[in-house]
Design a protein around this ligand. Structure first.
Ligand SMILES: [Zn+2]
Length: 164
C-alpha cells in the first residue's frame, strides 16, 4: 500500500518504489488471479479469475511501465486501443452482454491497463460500476453457464488478436 498523506518526500519515495519494483503489473502475473489469454511484445490480455461476481472480465495491459495513456506515443496508444476494441468485439459476439464496460483507472496500480467487463442487467452491481455498491446476489445459473463458456471466449480473443 502507498502511504497517503504524511510528508512529501516519503510519498514520492513510495510512488517511485511502486513504479519500479513494487508494481504488480510489472512483475509476473499471479496465475491464481489471472489467466494469460494473449501476449505480444507490447501488451498482454489476461482474464481476471479473482472476481467471482464478474467472471466475464478481461484486462488489457501495456507491458512496459507507463502510468497514463499519454505516456505512450500515438502509435502505441492506437495499438493498445485496437486490442481493447478487439477484446470488446469478441466479448460482444460470444456472450451478447447487455453492456460492455471499459475502464482505465489505475489509482491503486498506476500502470496502464484497461478493464473490459461484460455486464448484464441482473449482475450483482448493475447499473453501478462493478466497484460500486452491490445491488443483488448473482443469478447462479447464469454465472455457471458463463464460466463454462469463458475458455471459448479466450480462444476467440486469441484468434482475433493473432489475425491482425
Ligand atoms: Zn508497472
Amino acid at each position: 500500500m502507498i502511504a497517503v498523506g504524511g510528508n512529501g518526500s516519503k510519498r514520492v519515495a513510495a510512488v517511485e518504489a511502486l513504479s519500479t519494483t513494487a508494481c504488480a503489473l510489472c512483475g509476473l502475473d499471479d496465475d491464481k488471479a489471472v489467466h494469460l489469454v494473449a501476449r505480444s511484445r507490447d501488451w498482454r490480455v489476461v482474464r481476471v479469475l479473482d472476481n467471482t461476481d464478474h467472471p466475464a472480465f478481461w484486462r488489457v495491459i501495456w507491458n512496459e511501465h507507463a502510468a497514463e495513456l499519454t505516456d505512450l506515443v500515438p502509435e502505441q496508444r492506437s495499438a493498445l486501443m485496437q486490442v481493447v476494441c478487439k477484446v470488446e468485439a469478441v466479448v460482444r459476439r460470444e456472450l451478447q452482454p447487455h453492456k460492455v464496460n471499459l475502464a482505465s483507472l489505475g489509482n491503486l496500480v498506476p500502470h496502464l491497463h484497461w478493464h473490459v467487463i461484460a455486464r448484464w442487467s441482473d449482475d450483482p452491481h448493475f447499473p453501478q460500476p462493478i466497484w460500486g455498491e452491490r445491488q443483488r446476489d448473482p443469478a447462479m445459473a447464469h454465472q455457471m453457464r458463463l464460466e463454462v463458456g469463458l475458455p471459448r471466449v479466450d480462444r476467440a480473443i486469441q484468434a482475433d488478436l493473432m489475425n491482425r
